[in-house]
Ligand binder design. Structure first.
Ligand code: ADP
Length: 303
């Protein structure tokens, strides 16, 4: 299976004509609660495509934890290894959105920050049997590295999405502990000191990432497309033409799609193209996990 080890949040979004200033209360017209957190988004994206997906992480032992579990199950994600932490609340993002599209977000990591190597030990056989592991940086890195080692020991591959951007880069051993990284422009800049805006820059950034021990570097540049480089393969995928209305979770849907395509045996070039179509489709829909496309939608865009 595809295993995702990472964060699970409930996103609470309130819509108003304008955002409140400090000390002010505004009345909003509507609100929505959705599944979020980079881990859960990537799991939902891979499962909606039809992948066999397990989510490993922590929610709180609370109502939002129940909600997150049932939303994940609704996407087809297995949650048997998602534990309910009695000491920490479920992670949330409180999001204000005004009609101009401007937003204001507070994320409280809660139980995500308590994820540890204990979670890896508990799900040991699952990790050993995983073909692909998806990691991000919204849960403690030490636990992610333990999960990576467990999956690699079983012969699986590890894809780290270095998001949110690590302010001081990543320790050298991380580049040898995973197989692939998928940074966006900002994350690439924090990792290699170069902000890519064209395929040539992205190729240079990918080279620097590979020099540090990765075997696959995938540089995501939003509406500017994506560059990839791996053993014997490299290339640039132009952005698929879509009308973007909300780019939230585009990168997560990309990673979910990438894992799905690799797990069904596609080579790197074809898997990155598939992932780029998934990322593009995610921008056409509002919400985090809710913006994940189906296999039929991805196939239609791929032509
Ligand atoms: P992140 O959400 O991590 O910042 P990106 O914004 O780079 O990631 O989006 C991930 C991928 O989704 C991109 O590399 C691209 O393939 C696709 N994508 C994102 N925005 C667009 C867009 N406006 N048009 C077409 N494809 C897009």
């Amino acid at each position: 299976p595809i295993t995702v080890f990472g964060s699970v949040n409930i996103d609470v979004c309130a819509y108003s004509d304008r955002l409140p200033r400090p000390g002010e209360t505004v009345h909003g017209g509507s609100y929505a609660m959705g599944l979020g957190g980079k881990g859960a988004n990537q799991a939902a994206a891979a499962a909606r495509l039809g992948g066999q997906v397990e989510m490993v992480g922590r929610t709180g032992n609370d109502a939002f934890g129940e909600m997150a579990r049932s939303r994940l199950a609704g996407f087809g994600v297995r949650t048997g290894h998602l534990s309910a932490d009695p000491d920490h609340p479920t992670g949330i993002a409180v999001i204000g959105v005004e009609s101009s599209g401007e937003n204001c977000i507070t994320v409280v990591g809660g139980a995500n920050m308590a994820v540890s190597t204990d979670d890896v030990v508990r799900a040991g056989p699952l990790f050993a049997a995983s073909a692909i592991l998806l990691l991000q940086l919204e849960t403690p890195l030490s636990a992610g590295l333990a999960a990576a080692a467990a999956v690699r020991a079983g012969g699986g591959r590890v894809i780290l999405d270095p998001a949110p951007a690590p302010r001081h880069g990543l320790p050298a051993d991380v580049f040898r502990a995973v197989d692939a990284m998928t940074p966006n422009e900002t994350e690439t800049e924090t990792l290699v000191g170069l902000r890519p805006t064209c395929p040539e820059d992205a190729a240079a950034a990918a080279d620097r990432l590979l020099e540090r021990g990765l075997s696959i570097a995938i540089v995501k540049m939003g509406a500017r497309g994506v560059y990839y480089r791996g053993p014997g393969q490299q290339g640039f995928i132009s952005p698929f033409p879509v009308t973007a209305i909300d780019t939230v979770a585009a990168g997560d849907c990309f990673n979910g799609g990438l894992a799905f395509a690799l797990a069904r045996g596609e080579d790197l070039a074809s898997a990155v193209r598939f992932a780029a179509a998934c990322g593009a489709l995610a921008t056409t829909r509002a919400g985090a996990a809710d913006s994940a496309p189906t296999l039929a939608e991805a196939a239609a865009l791929l032509g």
